[in-house]
Design a protein around this ligand. Structure first.
Ligand code: AMP
Length: 145
């Protein structure tokens, strides 16, 4: 696909995984890292990424990495549901710029949704969230793991 670039280890999630850029972590294991999205579309919007560098998208990830990653997505979705009591949980994943991908290291979005509270429409835009608020949400979700 023309809008999927080759993997570059300079992307922001690779820097977070290497500890070179800050993040508000929820949990991590050997294979995956769950952390808060800094431009959340709802309160509690978080991301799960594989720790192994190299996969841009769902299309090029190793099957064994995808298997462990999707279990981490389920773990985060369950903890989000338990901690924040949303009415639903949206899981999103984009492949290629034309599909809406802006960070080219594979990741899943886990987004709690509430009836009557619209999601902010665009992801990756606007003002970054207050880090203290993100930390409070991350702690609540982590406590429900
Ligand atoms: P995507 O468009 O699926 O590639 O989504 C990338 C997501 O990463 C967006 O929702 C951004 O808000 C989020 N994001 C970008 N930079 C950071 C960062 N430094 N820490 C946490 N989330 C980020």
């Amino acid at each position: 696909m023309t809008s999927i670039p080759a993997y570059s280890a300079d992307n922001i999630f690779a820097k977070i995984i290497r500890g070179e850029a800050p993040s508000v972590k929820i949990f991590e294991d050997e294979a995956a890292l769950a952390f808060m999205d800094i431009f959340p579309q709802t309160e509690g919007h978080a991301l799960v990424a594989p720790k192994r560098l190299g996969a841009v998208s769902l299309l090029d990830v190793r099957e064994d990495d995808l298997q462990t990653l999707i279990l981490a997505v389920q773990r985060l979705a369950r903890a989000t549901e338990k901690a924040l009591r949303p009415d639903g949980v949206r899981v999103m994943q984009f492949n290629g710029a034309e599909a809406g991908q802006t960070v080219f290291h594979l990741h899943f979005h886990v987004i709690p949704v509430w009836a009557g509270r619209p999601m902010r429409r665009a992801h990756g835009h606007g003002e970054p969230a207050d880090p203290a608020k993100l930390k409070e949400l991350a702690d609540r979700i982590a406590a429900a793991l």
